[in-house]
Design a protein around this ligand. Sequence first.
Ligand SMILES: C[S@@+](CC[C@H](N)C(=O)[O-])C[C@H]1O[C@@H](n2cnc3c(N)ncnc32)[C@H](O)[C@@H]1O
Length: 503
Amino acid sequence: MKGLKPFEPGFDFLAKTFAGMEEVLSTELKQLGAKDVKIIKRGATFKGDEELMYKVNYCSRTAIRILKPIGVFSAKSNDELYQKVKKIDWTKIFNVDQSFIVNANVFYSEVDHSHFAALRVKDGIVDQFREVVGKRPWVAKDIPDVYIDVHIAHDICTISLDSSGESLHRREYKVAVDKAPINEVLAAGMIKISGWDGKEDLIDPMCGSGTIPMEAAMIAMNIPAGYYRSKYAFFTWSSFDEKLWEKVKAEANAEVTETDCNIIASDRSEVAVAITKRNLKNAGLHKDVIVEHKFFDQIIPETKKGILIFNPPYGKRMEERGELRDLFKGIGDVLKQNFTGFQAWIITPNIEAAKFVGLRPSVKHTLYNGPIETKYLKFEMYEGTKKDKGDSDDRKRGNFGDKRREGNFGDKRREGSYGGRKREGGFGDRKRDGGYGSKREEGSGGSNREGDFKKKRFSSTDKPRFGDKPEYGSRRFSNRKDDSKPADRKPRRPRKPREEKDD
Ligand SMILES: C[S@@+](CC[C@H](N)C(=O)[O-])C[C@H]1O[C@@H](n2cnc3c(N)ncnc32)[C@H](O)[C@@H]1O
């Protein structure tokens, strides 16, 4: 049987991403040195060599995977697919002792079942090995050596080697996750779409496991997206050039720098805050991101300008209970009252609920989180959009004029828990680091999250505000109480993740 005709797809590689992120991906690819970058649906094609493939895998923040096409042909039936797959010389691509996996997607084609298409491709590969080598390679669903991607659209089949293997969102900096963490690639794309340049303060007031602040820190410090990752599929290719790979990494790592801006992560959940701190510590970024246990309306920014990027909770049940509406209304109130001069970027799948923010978004960007359509909305809080500026300014100065609040907050808690943490030099120091992992904190959060908060925060006279926590908004204060200088930060390097210890 004759082999396939020489393959000329017009591009060397295809980077996949989330729908809505094609532009930022293409910009990033060009910055990394890719040539002839062309946007396609959920991705971009480009030209380049082996070195570029290593570099894009290591450095791209917005690509999910990098494919290298090895065969393209028309296939109008499963049998034709099988026969043509056998024309590719698989024995030159990997050896019989390596395991492999086939992933297929079919669109508008006679071959109309992805799973069956993947099976036929697998059969073609296995049968060719049996005929040529006398034994077959095995399929491994978990951690295979070789990842094969099959894309069939309008009866044209493209077979590619997936050079990334595990999705590139697996940065490997997280040691724990809280509920509904956002995908790392999506988080990086959101930061890039916002245009944040790493110079202004960035706040994620609902940080969950800390994905957005961690991606922001890596962007601000030029830490390659793959810095913490241990494996790429191309490591197992027979063509893998380890020296070249080490060179690519060394060059990218040499660009790592320091950042002067504040990246601030906070969450109402003690558990989420503890998890964010663990993840940051694991990545060696705990001195680069300020982490606080705070409800959104407790945050009073220390600067006049900055950016908020966050994904508020979303759930069908919250929607049914009408809680989303209160949540977004509350978010809008806080933005208007506390964040004049800032811009806020919020991602949500529920555009109807987002209308309750009560501000007109200046940008509405459609982004897909896998199959889920979301809107990424930009709100700009200009001076003068507040209903009652005088009242708001008073509050910023700490003159809440609200008996209940004054009565409820002892200065003790303010100083001990939140007050000017960074300014006092405490941020990132050992004592604080030790604190997050302490039994008390983990225990209280983990045992009964709601219960613990209620015990501590909710008084029967407080009215529910917004979000699904009745205690929301029952305490509010400024942390602008200390004008001492920020703690000096010594230039450091992020370090590789290490084994988790119970410290
Ligand atoms: C969808 S999760 C965010 C996930 C996060 N981006 C990540 O990657 O892990 C929403 C977070 O908002 C927090 N949250 C909800 N209402 C809040 C409020 N009023 N103030 C602060 N945090 C809040 C929740 O505790 C939860 O951690």
